[in-house]
Design a protein. Structure first.
Ligand SMILES: [Zn+2]
Length: 79
């Protein structure tokens, strides 16, 4: 038998909210991105192995991992 396995990582923009940046300290639009790593067999994604939420500053590009409560706080400031 022959199986072809692989890992695929995709990022999807969820929304953009206003917040202060952890890196540059400026009040700027922050993108919330969901990153998923999936296991694929024969190039067909089957299982999500890892799911992380990222906050990315549109001013300086600083990226950090955020929790679900931090995402909800940013969503309340979304426009
Ligand atoms: Zn920044």
């Amino acid at each position: 038998m022959f199986f072809l396995f692989g890992l695929t990582t995709r990022e999807q923009l969820q929304f953009t909210g206003q917040s202060s940046c952890r890196y540059c300290g400026q009040f700027a639009p922050q993108q919330v991105v969901q990153r998923k790593t999936k296991l694929s067999v024969f190039f067909i994604p089957l299982l999500t192995l890892r799911r992380t939420r990222l906050q990315r500053c549109t001013r300086c590009g600083g990226t950090s991992r955020i929790s679900g409560s931090e995402q909800r706080a940013l969503a309340s400031a979304a426009f």
